[in-house]
Design a binder for this molecule. Structure first.
Ligand code: SF4
Length: 157
């Protein structure tokens, strides 16, 4: 099994503390956070993903909006630059403690947050970040560092 995630959720998962759009969304997200913390692989996808799933019965769900796709593009670029790897549909990665720590450090410094501009959850995510990520649900797994970035291809020179 893999967890299918759109790129901007690689940021959102860093500050998930059990809050979200509705109870079903939070329950699903919490289960995904547990799987990620246990070291299940992530597959990067385009468009609505496993976290979006409980919202997709609504034909107007924001998950399909153009602005959210732009958020994905910005997040993919930022995370790829940080990791020195591609973050494109089909790429896979696994969250080691080191990788999650690196992402959280950059998130806290604000260097990978251009995708957060205009997001209604931004204040909450900033508060979680500045509190030292207290109460977050996604923890890095104990996978060896050498497999931490999975099958993501190196970025072209
Ligand atoms: S501010 Fe929005 S896009 Fe950024 S991490 Fe939080 S929920 Fe995700």
């Amino acid at each position: 099994m893999v967890v299918r995630l759109r790129p901007h959720h690689l940021l959102c998962m860093l500050t998930f503390v059990g809050k979200g759009y509705n109870a079903e969304f939070v329950a699903n997200y919490t289960a995904i956070a547990r799987r990620l913390s246990e070291g299940e692989e992530i597959e990067v996808v385009s468009g609505p993903d496993d976290i979006c799933r409980p919202l997709l019965n609504d034909p107007e769900a924001h998950c399909r909006e153009h602005g959210v796709a732009t958020r994905d593009e910005l997040a993919a670029k930022a995370v790829a630059r940080l990791l020195g790897r591609s973050v494109r549909p089909g790429d896979r990665l696994r969250l080691s403690r080191a990788l999650v720590g690196r992402l959280r450090e950059a998130f806290k410094e604000g260097t990978i947050r251009t995708a957060c501009r205009g997001c209604s959850w931004s204040n909450l995510c900033s508060t979680v970040s500045s509190s030292g990520f207290s109460g977050v649900k996604v923890l890095g797994s104990a996978v060896p560092a050498e497999t931490a970035t999975g099958t993501c291809a190196p970025l072209p020179a």
